[in-house]
Unconditional design. Structure first.
Length: 431
């Protein structure tokens, strides 16, 4: 048992310490504010405060974990043996940086509470993040810092006990548009045909007619192929279906379509099915609840995981709504158009609500790779190299790589064979 002495035990402190020691490193720990209890402890121990008590393992604390609310913080990024870090500690500290405060800053999404300009979909821009601005967005720095701490503790304490989890890879399939032409009803099908004719998109006109005549499979209907691929390479996957009414940004097949419901049931027989929440439900809690209940009725089992449309996250409101709607897991934490780690970690964590100063009961599964970010890259070999670079970073710290692809992009063969490329990515993980 690792004992941590500090002058004040706060929700922030216990939250981030448990993420680093328990979630990442598999170390059992306890906390104390009593000096005599700390001195008596015969096992490994750390002092996390302003001054060391004796000659113990000491990390000088930053004030962040003892504050409340949001304050304007000036960050100075420096290099720690090849890894960026911040919140320097001084000479007497056994670590040159307060990795607990730095990790809390990233994982709590502290910077997203600070004033910033949102994009057209009310999203925090990756270019406003310190990770992007300082060139470490593609590094799971929280996990890397944790492993640096582990090495220091192993040097200091003989037989230091820890339990490292294994590397994992998870594929998230976003199904916001289940079919390109099929199952859309007569009115929507005719309107689409007229629009394609008016825009002289003759290939789409031909494809639309062939799909309508059952002479060609709908290009987005790749579910059987995906299920086979995941089984072949033994890759964990999770299908997120949008099950919502039609709107400006929600254009999936009607929820009344029996063929659509049958498709969802079919996929649910082979893989977990979760909710891709609609754009309209972002600020509408009752609509979010309704979509969840309707999808549960189709698959006849609880729907616990969510993913927000266009990866929209407004901290803390989005997670408060998801908790109220009784979701236990969310897969929205990442950037659509940039590869990397939005929260600085490749390990699942619980959301910390800064205004309430409480750890919330919802698990955040951060994704690092989004197909839209990959689509900006022109050469296939460069895509595979970028994916490998990130998966290598994650495997070195025994984390979880989560990739996000849509059936829509995987069915698009206009610019490249995305399904073949996706298969190469899965194959690389299988090896």
């Amino acid at each position: 048992m690792l004992l941590i002495y500090t002058h004040k035990i706060t929700p922030r402190l216990t939250y981030i310490m448990r993420h680093i020691f328990v979630n990442i490193l598999g170390v059992k720990l306890d906390f104390t504010t009593k000096v005599e209890e700390f001195i008596k402890h015969t096992g490994p121990k750390i002092t996390y405060t302003k001054q060391p008590l004796q000659n113990e393992f000491f990390i000088r604390s930053n004030e962040l974990l003892f504050e409340q609310g949001i304050n304007d913080i000036q960050l100075s990024i420096a290099d720690w043996e090849g890894t960026p870090c911040f919140f320097t500690t001084g000479e007497r500290s056994n670590l040159p940086y307060d990795i607990f405060a730095a990790s809390f800053f990233l994982i709590s999404r502290y910077e997203e509470y600070l004033p910033h300009v949102k994009d057209i979909h009310s999203r925090f821009s990756p270019k406003d993040s310190i990770a992007y601005q300082n060139g470490f967005l593609q590094k799971p720095v929280v996990d890397i810092w944790a492993y640096k701490l582990l090495e220091a503790l192993k040097e200091r304490f003989d037989d230091f006990e820890y339990k490292i989890k294994g590397y994992d890879f998870v594929s998230v399939l976003d199904v916001a548009t289940s079919h390109c032409y099929a199952n859309r009803g007569v009115a929507r099908g005719l309107a689409g045909l007229l629009m394609d004719l008016g825009s002289l998109r003759l290939k789409r006109v031909i494809d639309r007619i062939l799909v309508g005549l059952n002479r060609m499979k709908d290009p987005f209907d790749n579910y059987a192929e995906l299920i086979v691929l995941h089984k072949k390479y033994n890759v964990k996957c999770n299908f997120f279906f949008q099950f919502a009414d039609y709107s400006k940004y929600d254009k999936n097949v009607s929820t009344n379509s029996m063929k659509f419901k049958s498709l969802i049931k079919y996929v649910a027989d082979y893989a977990p099915v979760s909710l891709a929440a609609s754009y309209s439900s972002f600020t509408d809690l009752e609509l979010l609840r309704k979509e969840k209940a309707n999808l549960e009725e189709v698959i006849n089992r609880p729907v616990n995981s969510s993913k927000m449309r266009y990866n929209r996250v407004d901290v803390p409101e989005t997670y408060r709504n998801l908790i109220t709607a009784e979701f236990t897991d969310d897969y929205t934490m990442g950037y659509t158009y940039e590869l990397g780690f939005r929260a600085g970690t490749c390990t699942t964590f619980q959301f910390y609500d800064i205004p309430l100063e409480v750890k919330q009961p919802i698990k955040i599964h951060p994704f690092a790779i989004h197909d839209y970010a990959l689509s900006k890259i022109k050469k296939d070999e460069v895509i595979l190299r970028q994916v490998k670079k990130i998966t290598d970073e994650v495997s070195q710290v025994n984390g979880t790589t989560i990739v996000m692809f849509s059936n829509e992009l995987l069915g698009n063969k206009d610019d490249r064979n995305w399904m073949s490329l996706y298969a190469e990515i899965l194959k690389e993980q299988h090896v």
